[in-house]
Design a protein. Structure first.
Length: 125
């Protein structure tokens, strides 16, 4: 099972993605959210099972990220910077054993913030 909590930022919406797989390849995705747009697309994930190997990886598999069922569904989201599609993919990755569960982060800074603490970007700059 994989579980991902996504805090989308300034919109204030939160999405939780739970994934389950009996065979570490075929993954069911369950999404709950307080975002009306994510709620709409979450209905398209119901009663579907996604092949994690086709959707996510392995990493050496060369293809467009838009050539997957997950991203085709997420393409209906009106905000291209929404982190929900990536969060869904991370949960699928974990459920299939393609990655260990570790946090991923996006830190956002305004023009007036010059010090990027904790990102490693200040080293060697």
């Amino acid at each position: 099972m994989g579980k991902v909590q996504i805090y989308s930022g300034i919109c204030g919406f939160t999405t939780e993605v739970k994934t389950e797989s009996a065979d570490r390849q075929h993954v069911a995705i369950h999404i709950t959210s307080n975002c009306p747009d994510v709620i709409k697309i979450s209905k398209k994930f119901r009663d579907q099972v996604f092949d994690a190997y086709q959707e996510i990886g392995p990493c050496a598999q060369a293809r467009s990220i838009y050539d997957t069922g997950i991203m085709r569904i997420c393409g209906a989201l009106p905000h291209v910077a929404c982190p929900v599609p990536s969060g869904i993919c991370k949960a699928v990755e974990v459920a299939a054993g393609l990655a260990i569960p570790r946090d991923a982060h996006i830190k956002v800074f305004g023009d007036d913030e010059t010090k990027h603490e904790g990102t490693g970007s200040e080293k060697g700059a």
